[in-house]
Design a protein around this ligand. Structure first.
Ligand SMILES: [Zn+2]
Length: 134
């Protein structure tokens, strides 16, 4: 049996399909003035359905939240070290608003790269012997 394929870290940062690593996940570029959040229904290259069930991407909120907490803590420490901690109350929210398209998309990509292969093995890897747990 061939080992299940899974894309690596480079396709993750290029916002490519988590299975084949080639098809774009998002319809538009992150800095386009069109909607940055629009996602292909399936991979244009390998046909992987990006939303295995309705509401799958709701889970991306948790990733986004975690990323924003990490970002806020790191920025707080950096601003404190730079003796700019009083300005942190303006700088951090401004940075979060500026980075929101990237953070939002990273949350969705983490759902596709981490949660999808773990929870939807049959859809992700195709039918294999070890999936017969029904
Ligand atoms: Zn693909």
């Amino acid at each position: 049996m061939a080992a299940p394929k899974r894309a690596g870290i480079v396709p993750f940062f290029r916002a490519r399909c988590p299975r084949c690593g080639e098809g774009d996940v998002f319809l538009n570029k992150v800095l386009s003035f069109k909607k940055f959040s629009d996602t292909h229904e399936e991979c244009p290259k390998c046909g992987l359905k990006f939303e295995p069930e309705t509401g799958f991407f709701v889970g991306a909120m948790y990733w986004t939240y975690a990323l924003l907490v990490v970002l806020s803590v790191v920025m707080s420490v950096l601003l404190y070290k730079m003796d700019l901690f009083d300005e942190a109350v303006y700088i951090i929210p401004a940075l979060i608003i500026f980075l929101l398209p990237w953070v939002f998309r990273t949350g969705r990509l983490l759902m596709l790269y981490v949660v999808y292969p773990a929870m939807y093995k049959k859809l992700f890897f195709g039918s294999t012997d070890e999936d017969d747990y029904s």
